[in-house]
Design a protein around this ligand. Structure first.
Ligand code: ADP
Length: 598
């Protein structure tokens, strides 16, 4: 599929054309910027050929209108679709969206949240619709990747009326964070679902993202791209009390303060230059302002890495990207120095000489260091092209209903746990067979105890497992007073400890999780339903009145499994189904889920 990607900002237009296949390639790339006096400068790259110069194009609209001719002139023809970068998707757009009148209106309605960016992005959409009326157009949002951030990360502790009015954290750079996290996982050779990654995007705009098992769980930019790291011209984190101080003491208006925080702060506010190369040069020559700016920039980034390692309860890799992250060995070193206590140590030679051509993602940690450090060029345009292709991929046929079973809280015990709770040599008594062949509920029950309270008569499911696993709902977690993470069954490293109380003794063990919803199936059913092991699908459950679509449901294929979806009691209550029900795959979302899985 040949995809044209348009990234239209307020002062520049970036264009990419990609052939999306098993191995995707960029076949055309262009940038148009510095529009003034009826002219702009441009740079076109095609393979090894690079062409730069001035074009008689007075504004971005003119550049867009001229694009078909420019593409023709470079033998780029037969486009299949267009992908647009849209900065703000608000609460509404959690994934890509096909651009039609209603989605365009919904994006327009988000303008107050991104007054500079969304109108510029929509200008490209409108012109592209006129220029290529027959091509499908897809919106890919900077905010979507962060739609998995939990409320504790997205909520500002402010009055309810403000929150009701839409004040919350969204996060940006999502396409970049997602791409580099996927790229890092490929480089490490471990599925993204099993990694805890901090992605550090340091360009003119800069942000950090905690990517926990493939999902963004927190990111440093907030409701606007002003929060977080020190940036080229943006302040990043400041005390909001400064508004009152500057207003009362210096008579500044809200607009003046906001303008200064966006465009007169960051590196520029500290040194007069927003360009890290200048700042590094000046610091090297003894300029103390530049030295302080570099220290502050690195310190803020280091704090966020530490904070996000804490938020995820561990860290497997840090990925640097963006102009500064990719090109400044000294900044990478300043950020990483001091994090040795977390198992993060650089190899100074590898850090000094990174080679990033052809999407390389070199590892630059010291030999034996526990945490990987990876550098890679971000490829937001490529990611937009991939997601556009996925959004337009042919739809699967409508599948048959899938039985849904509701799992109440239960435990799977290991042999040592059975002996600890019930006495040496004890064997559980199978009482009720479960639907999955060979599995049963035991006659015995145990109690779970946490710092807040107990859950009594908790079911034990057999047969025994190599490792004890305790599956509760989010509500049960509150009853116990323990924050159980959402995990796939068997992925228990770093899970919290809970006390199990049996008739003979009690036992403190880790393994407390909220089980990620999943569908068990066998190879035959999987083939018929168009499913594959490891895939994430969206499933509609319940009736028209209170039914819900459950996203990111993991497919687990095993030889003898009966096809059945498992959800917990909170999920069942939310969709208003009781002990069991039926679900149906939401087929037109499946292609997107496949693309998001890598
Ligand atoms: P944007 O966010 O606009 O895409 P970039 O990702 O291109 O920005 O990053 C621009 C920043 O990268 C600038 O501060 C620039 O000085 C910095 N940069 C580029 N090359 C280097 C380098 N070799 N050393 C230090 N900083 C660099």
């Amino acid at each position: 599929m040949k995809i044209l990607v348009l990234n239209c900002g307020s002062s520049s237009l970036k264009v990419g054309v990609f052939e999306i296949a098993e191995k995707s390639t960029e076949i055309f790339k262009a940038t148009y910027e510095k529009f003034e006096a009826g002219c702009c400068s441009y740079k076109i790259t095609q393979g090894a050929a690079v062409e730069t110069g001035q074009a008689p194009l007075g504004d971005i609209g003119a550049a867009l209108v001229a694009l078909p001719q420019i593409l023709d002139g470079h033998h780029v023809t037969k486009l299949d679709a267009i992908g647009h970068r849209i900065v703000h998707g608000g609460e509404k757009f959690r994934t890509t969206a096909i651009l039609d009148e209603s989605t365009i209106a919904a994006i327009e309605a988000l303008t107050p949240l991104a007054p500079l960016h969304n109108p510029a992005n929509l200008l490209a959409v409108r012109i592209a619709k006129e220029v290529w009326p027959s091509l499908s157009q897809v919106a890919v949002f900077d905010t979507s990747f962060h739609s998995t951030n939990p409320p504790r990360a997205t909520t500002y502790a402010v009055p309810k009326a403000w929150r009701d009015a839409g004040l919350r954290r969204f996060g940006f750079h999502g396409t970049s964070h997602k791409y580099v996290a996927i790229r890092a996982a490929e480089e490490i050779g471990v599925p993204l679902r099993e990694l805890k990654i901090v992605s550090v995007h340091l360009g003119n705009g800069a942000s950090v993202c905690a990517v926990n098992r493939g999902e963004s769980i927190d990111t440093s930019m907030g409701m606007t791209p002003l929060e977080g790291l020190v940036m080229g011209t943006r302040s990043g984190d400041v005390d909001p009390g400064l508004f009152g101080f500057l207003s009362r003491q210096h008579g500044l208006s809200i607009t003046e303060v906001e303008e200064a925080l966006y465009s007169q702060s960051g590196l520029k506010g500290l040194t007069g230059s927003s360009d890290m190369r200048d700042v590094e040069d000046r610091a090297g020559k003894g300029d103390t302002e530049a030295q302080l700016a570099i220290e502050l920039f690195a310190y803020r980034a280091r704090k966020y890495i530490g904070a996000y390692a804490a938020a995820m309860g561990g860290l497997d890799a840090v990925v640097f990207t963006g102009g500064i992250g990719e090109n400044s060995p000294s900044m990478r070193r300043r950020i990483c120095d001091g994090l040795e206590f977390m198992g993060l140590r650089l190899d100074h030679d590898r850090n000094q000489f990174v080679e990033l051509a052809n999407h390389a993602a070199p590892q630059i940690q010291a030999y034996g260091a526990r945490v990987r450090v990876i550098v890679t060029e971000t490829a937001e345009q490529l990611m937009i092209a991939r997601e556009t292709a996925a959004a337009l991929a042919p739809k699967a046929t409508v599948p048959e209903p899938i039985p849904v079973a509701v799992s109440a809280r239960h435990v799977h015990l290991s042999r040592p746990a059975v002996e600890a709770l019930f006495g040496p040599g004890y064997h559980l008594t199978p009482a009720t067979p479960l639907r999955q062949p060979g599995q049963w509920a035991a006659r015995e029950r145990i109690t779970l105890e946490g710092p807040k309270g107990c859950l009594e008569r908790v079911a034990i499911l057999g047969p025994e497992r190599p490792r004890t696993q305790i599956e509760v709902s989010r509500t049960d977690g509150f009853a116990l007073g323990i924050d159980a993470p959402v995990r796939d069954s068997g992925k228990l490293d770093g899970t919290p400890t809970v006390r199990l109380i049996g008739p003979v003794a009690s036992l403190n063990t880790d393994g407390l999780i909220v089980a990620a919803r999943h569908i068990h199936t066998n190879p035959d059913d999987a083939r018929r339903l168009g499913l594959a092991d490891g895939m994430l699908v969206d499933v509609h459950i319940g009736d028209e009145e209170r039914g819900l679509v459950f996203g990111k449901t993991l497919i687990r294929v095993s030889d003898n499994a009966l096809t059945e979806m498992h959800i917990d009691t909170d999920e069942a209550n939310a969709a208003d189904i009781r002990v069991s029900g039926e679900g149906s795959l939401v087929s037109d979302l499946r292609a997107v889920a496949m693309a998001n899985r890598d």
